[in-house]
Structure formats: structure tokens, C-alpha cells
Ligand binder design. Structure first.
Ligand code: FBP
Length: 697
């Protein structure tokens, strides 16, 4: 064969086809960037005003009333069109402004469109208005690190995922000094308004900044962001004001697709259990949506576990005339048993594979772990306060930290004094694996949140699952079921009588479709004993190869693959839902600014309905705040919304548990949500949880 001609590297790189194939600007990117999201009806009007909506009530926390006096009376505002504005209105609306915007917390798909919406609306009202993007989160405000946004910069990121344009960070503006710096920055940039795009903690920041800067005339507007989906706002009467934060839909669709792909793979090569940890620091909304998207065999929902009541235990205590408080909530051990039960039942029907979805924050709902988290938060916070130093710098190694705890326990014992860490805590803590101890002792984030994303929750749970499955195997209760037809065929091939052997080997030979080896047979030795006992085989004879083959086949080997779905979904390009939602959020934020309010969160009501019914509103942030344990003390923060175990979406998932576990012979019930499609028809216009929950109003 003649030698192939090689092209020089220079020619290779200047080749038109190669340049086109490797260009970072591809067709999809251009198509995304050029998409213009539709506008909510009210934004078709050139001017918008706000109409106070008195129908909504909130139960106000006394601490919020004390700490946020200037914004606590804020009401829900509806954005309404103004068709014939008077001169004074137009003058105020179109005045030149300086507006700052910042991303705060983890990225969420759609953030760039919030900027685009705000930018477009601000420039349309007054082309001289300046929009600044603060860099790398709230640090950008504290240190006055900002860039002025331009058409080119904004156009470059329209409809694209990530927070790449101005980056993000998790700094909390929680000290007088940081607040003073933030105020100074606003003064230096002559800001009229600041938009904070963030989750519960960032909107808490927004409320405090709004309160602080009200006298300076700087308006502060929040925007509900987080893939976790835990910013959902209802008023005191349960009316939905904000059904979900932006980014949730995209992340859930991305995770749903990955989990679905694993369902396909696992049911093809039938040898792995895929353990999928799905982000959601506390709430399990993402896991719930992923379950609806892809129907994995098991999905744990943290809120459901916390709601668990051990009725048997409770009844027993009642009979003895008492109450057993340990009956409430699930322990780690019990949870591992629940998982084992699913694995064993699928194994019984020959399915030695499957997919489990575990929410990242599941441990927060397990009693004993929650106690550890709170105790350790308090210990670390108290240490830092007393010594005016940092616990983690003083005790960098796990062993140092453990020694500190040991000393505390010893002190409590020797002085017979009450301390937060006692001998029992220490003993229980020493029982857990080192990597998990390390996780529980890890540094909290700047808002005092436990960093679940860094703890190998799946490893902790699956470690316990594997241990218990070993026990179940030893006890003879964990076997792989064998199809009757396969058994009969295999034995007949060797000239053996399936009836004779079947009755001896299986516990359900009489009527089972999937045959399960008797619990007494757990080894070749016990197999031989059973055959001998039935008079089929004498002690000195070898077990027939076909029987041995069947027995070997019945021995389960649990092979797991673990996956963490989080950062990938956060970086996904937004779904059409998130693109449209966020662009309109940006427009709403500008309406709130132009109409002069502060301490409000831009939101869109009726997200669960057709787009034509979407209503841009402002939600007062201060009335949504409550006290929460952070770094060992109670702090005022925006209340997170957890999965409601009485909601339609949860009840549907619960009702389908058995069906999706599919511990029956035959096919699994996996669902293929398909890839996220930006163009063309897509059935899933919005999260399934939203659609289901809306059915109940
Ligand atoms: P936000 O609440 O800031 O949106 O972040 C949520 C989240 O994505 C969680 O799901 C996850 O636990 C956490 O961020 C991970 O944080 P980090 O990016 O600091 O690792």
C-alpha cells in the first residue's frame, strides 16, 4: 500500500474544514445566543407600574420585625402596564440610573438571562443607564470589583448556562466592616439600585442590604436562584407566589437524563447497581423531580424519612404505658435496611441491578446525624468565639479534632458537668468511619451551612447496605432468583430430573416463576448437605455440574457504581423554561427598580401554568425570614421550602414506588425524558413537580 501523505501541522490548522469543526463558536451556540425569549404580556407595554396586592398575608417573625423595620411592612406588588403615562411618571421611569447586579451562591442555569433582561429593560428605558456586574459574587461589592456591561458582553452570554459572565461567590456580608465596604462601593459607583441574584442566604443578604441602604437611596432587589428549588414562596394562606427558583428545571432535566441513561445501561448489562447522589443541600426537590423524570428503582426523599414513624415500636411502648420518642424519624441503620430490602426483592426476581437516587442532603433528615451536625456546629462556633481564632486552623488534622472532642467528653465525665459533647456522643462518633467523621467536622460555608456536597453520603449509606447484605446472605435471605425455564433447560441438558432437584433446591418450586434457592443453602457444602438430605446425592458423589451452575448463578455479587450529579447540571445551558423565566425575571427586577421599591424579590406568579398566565410580581423579602440554626446560633434567614410530603408530586412518587422498584419478573418501568431540546416541540415545558402540585391549587 502506498504511504499516506501527511499534511503539515500548519496546513492542518488552516484547513477550512478543520477550522470549522474545531471552532468554539458552533451552530448551536449561535442559535442559542440569537434566541429572544417571549415577554410576559405586561412587558409588551413600554412602561410598567406597581400595584400593591393586599390579598396576601405573611406570619412575621418578631426578630425580622426588630432587625428589618424599614422593609418589614412591604407588600406583594403586581407589575401592571401603564398605557398613557403622565410626564412625571415618564420622567421618573426613564431617568438615567446606575444599576449593579451580582450573582451569589452556586451557579444556576438562566442567570445570564436575568442580566440580559435587566440590561435590555434598563437600556430601553434610558440608553444612558449604566449596568455594572460585580465580579466573583458579593466580594465584588465589598471590594468594588465591577465591570460595566456592554451590548457585546451581554449578547455573548444570552441563553447560556453558568455564571461565567461575572462569576459568582459565596461571601456573606455579615459584619459591620463588610457592610460599610459594600455601602462605600455603592456610593463610589453612585448606584441607584443593586440586584442580588441568589438563594436563601443571598436573598437574606439582599434584605439586610436593603434595610441598611434605604437611607442612601439605594434600592436592593433579590432574584430567586438555586437549582435546589428550595425557594418557593407561599403566603400564610398557602397561595403560591413563586412556585420554584430558576435553574431547578434545567438541573433536574439534566440529572433526569443522566439517571435515565444509567437505567438504560444497567438494565442492559444487568450487573451494576448505580448509586446516584443528586444535589440539593437540604431539600430533596431535585431528587423528587428526577424520580418523576426517569423512574429509577428507588429514590430516597429526605423529608419523607424525617416523617417516618415506627408504628410497631410506638405501639409496643404504648402497651407498656409510655411513649418511645425514638419511634419518630429514621435512623441510618433503618434506612440502610430499607435499601437492602429493595435490592433483595429485585434479586429474588433475578434483577441484580438497578438505580438508586439519593438526595445530597439526606443525612440532614436522619436524627442521629442531625444531632451530630448541630452539636458540632455549636462546638466549633463556641470555640471560635471563646478563643477568637479558627477551630479548623487550630486543629487541622482529624486526629487533633477528635482529641479535642475526647477532652470535652472526659471533662463532662470527670466534672459530672453538662457539656454539649458527652461520653455517649464520643462513643457513637467513634463508631462511624473516619472519612465520615472528617466530613461531619469539615468547615461550614460562610453562611454556616453544612457542606453536604463534600460528604460521601452515598459511601456512608452503601457501606452499611453492603454489610447488611452480607449478613442477609449468610442467613440465606439474599439470592438471585433463577427463571424456571432456564433451570429446567439447564438440568435437562445434563439429563437430570428438574422436578427432583427443583423441590430440593428451591423454596418456591411449587409455584414460583423465578425460583429462589432455600435459605439453608448458602455454600457448596450446605448445597451438598441439602442434596444428601433429600436422598438425591450420596456424600461421596460430586454435585452435578448443572446444579452447581444454578447454585453459582444464585449467589449475588453486589457491584455498585457511584455518581454525583450536581456541578454538571448547574453548568448546563438553560431549558427554554429557564430561559424565558429568567429573562422575564430580569425585566421584573427593572420594573421594581423603576417603580422605586426596595427589599423586594422579583418573581413570576403562575409558573406552573401556561406562559400566557405568567404574572410578574415583587415579593417582600423581610416577611419571609425566620430564625434558623447557623454556626451554633439562631440567625435570621430566608425560610427554605422543603418537599411537602402531602403534596401531589410526592404522593404520586410514593404511589409508584412499588411499580418503579419493579421487583417482579419482566421489564422495568424506566422513563426516558430525552435530552433537553432548545428548539422544536418539547413536551416538558416545565417541571413535572410543578404541574402535579398545581393540580391541587
Ligand atoms: P445555592 O443554594 O447557592 O444555589 O447552591 C446550591 C448548591 O448547588 C447545592 O445543591 C450544593 O450543596 C452546593 O450548592 C454546593 O456548593 P459548592 O458550589 O460550594 O460546592
Amino acid at each position: 500500500m502506498p504511504a499516506k501523505k501527511t499534511i503539515s501541522e500548519e496546513k492542518l490548522l488552516t484547513n477550512e474544514k478543520i477550522r470549522e469543526a474545531t471552532d468554539s463558536v458552533n451552530h448551536e451556540l449561535l442559535e442559542r445566543r440569537s434566541y429572544r425569549p417571549p415577554l410576559c404580556k405586561v412587558f409588551k407595554s413600554s412602561y410598567t407600574a406597581l400595584a400593591e396586592d393586599d390579598r396576601y398575608r405573611f406570619v412575621i417573625d418578631h426578630e425580622a420585625r426588630k432587625k428589618l423595620p424599614h422593609i418589614i411592612q412591604n407588600k406583594v406588588q403586581r407589575v401592571v402596564p401603564v398605557e398613557s403615562p403622565d410626564q412625571a411618571f415618564t420622567f421618573a421611569y426613564t431617568q438615567k440610573r446606575n444599576i449593579g447586579i451580582v450573582f451569589s451562591g452556586g451557579p444556576a442555569p438562566g442567570g445570564h438571562n436575568v442580566i440580559a433582561g435587566l440590561y435590555d429593560a434598563a437600556k430601553k428605558a434610558c440608553p444612558d443607564t449604566r449596568v455594572y456586574g460585580f465580579l466573583i459574587g458579593p466580594d465584588g461589592i465589598i471590594e468594588n470589583e465591577a465591570i460595566e456591561l456592554s451590548d457585546e458582553r451581554v449578547d455573548q452570554y444570552r441563553n447560556l448556562g453558568g455564571f461565567t459572565m461575572i462569576k459568582t461567590g459565596r461571601t456573606k456580608i455579615d459584619s459591620k466592616q463588610k457592610m460599610a465596604h459594600a455601602k462605600e462601593t455603592c456610593k463610589q459607583l453612585n448606584l441607584d439600585a443593586l440586584v442580588i441574584v441568589g438563594g436563601d442566604d443571598s436573598n437574606t443578604n439582599a434584605a439586610f442590604l436593603a434595610e441598611e441602604m434605604i437611607g442612601m437611596g439605594v434600592q436592593v432587589i433579590g432574584v430567586p436562584k438555586t437549582i435546589d428549588g428550595d425557594i418557593q414562596v407561599r403566603d400564610a394562606d398557602g397561595r403560591v407566589l413563586c412556585a420554584v427558583s430558576f435553574g431547578f428545571h434545567t438541573a433536574a432535566r439534566a440529572f433526569g437524563l443522566s439517571v435515565s441513561n444509567l437505567c438504560t445501561d444497567s438494565s442492559s448489562d444487568v450487573k451494576y447497581w448505580h448509586i446516584c447522589k443528586v444535589m440539593g443541600r437540604v431539600a430533596s426537590h431535585l431528587a423528587l423531580e428526577v424520580a418523576l423524570q426517569s423512574h429509577p428503582n428507588m429514590t430516597l426523599i429526605g423529608e419523607d424519612l424525617a416523617d417516618y414513624v415506627d408504628q410497631k415500636r410506638l405501639e409496643k411502648a404504648k402497651k407498656e404505658g409510655g411513649t418511645d420518642y425514638n419511634s419518630y424519624g429514621m435512623t441510618l441503620r433503618h434506612l440502610s435496611r430499607v435499601i437492602c430490602d429493595g435490592i433483595v426483592r429485585r434479586a429474588d426476581v433475578g434483577k441484580n441491578y438497578g438505580v438508586i437516587v439519593i438526595p445530597e442532603g439526606v443525612l440532614e433528615f436522619i436524627n442521629e446525624i442531625q444531632v451530630f451536625i448541630i452539636k458540632l456546629n455549636t462546638i466549633i462556633a463556641e470555640y471560635n468565639q471563646t478563643h477568637d481564632t479558627d477551630f479548623h486552623s487550630d486543629f487541622p488534622q482529624l486526629e487533633d479534632k477528635l482529641e479535642y472532642l475526647r477532652r470535652m467528653a472526659r471533662r463532662s465525665r470527670e466534672d459530672a458537668a453538662f457539656t454539649i459533647w458527652n461520653t455517649r456522643d464520643d462513643e457513637l462518633f467513634n463508631d462511624i468511619p473516619a472519612f465520615f467523621q472528617e466530613g461531619l467536622l469539615m468547615e461550614r460555608d460562610s453562611h454556616g451551612n453544612f457542606q453536604f456536597s463534600q460528604v460521601e453520603t452515598d459511601k456512608v449509606l452503601m457501606g452499611m447496605v453492603k454489610d447488611y447484605l452480607d449478613i442477609l446472605y449468610e442467613e440465606g435471605f439474599y439470592k438471585i432468583g433463577i427463571a424456571r425455564t432456564y433451570f429446567v433447560k439447564t438440568l435437562k441438558k445434563e439429563g437430570l430430573d428438574p422436578e427432583l432437584y427443583g423441590r430440593c433446591l428451591f423454596k418456591n418450586y411449587k409455584n414460583g416463576e423465578m425460583l429462589i434457592i432455600k435459605p439453608t443453602i448458602i455454600s457448596v457444602k450446605t448445597l451438598k448437605q441439602e442434596l444428601a438430605k433429600s436422598g438425591i446425592l450420596s456424600e461421596d458423589k460430586d454435585i452435578p455440574a448443572a446444579v452447581l451452575k444454578i447454585f453459582t448463578y444464585s449467589i449475588p455479587k453486589l457491584k455498585t457504581q457511584t455518581h454525583f450529579f450536581g456541578y454538571d447540571g448547574r453548568g448546563n445551558d438553560p431549558t427554554r423554561f429557564d430561559c424565558i423565566y429568567t429573562y422575564n425575571l430580569g425585566l421584573t427586577a427593572f420594573s421594581l427598580i423603576a417603580d422605586g421599591v426596595t427589599g423586594q424579590m422579583a418573581a413570576i406568579k403562575n409558573l406552573e401554568k401556561e406562559f400566557s398566565q405568567w404574572e410578574p410580581i415583587g415579593i417582600p423579602i423581610a416577611p419571609l425570614m425566620h430564625l434558623e440554626e447557623r454556626k451554633g446560633r439562631l440567625e435570621l434567614v430566608l425560610e427554605k421550602s422543603l418537599v411537602d410530603v402531602n403534596s401531589a408530586s410526592f404522593r404520586v412518587v410514593k404511589a409508584f414506588r412499588e411499580k418503579w422498584l419493579a421487583a417482579v419478573p419482566g421489564d422495568d418501568d424506566y422513563r426516558r425524558p430525552g435530552p433537553i431540546r432548545f428548539t422544536g416541540k418539547s413536551v416538558e415545558e416545565r417541571p413535572i413537580t410543578l404541574v402535579l402540585n398545581a393540580l391541587e391549587g
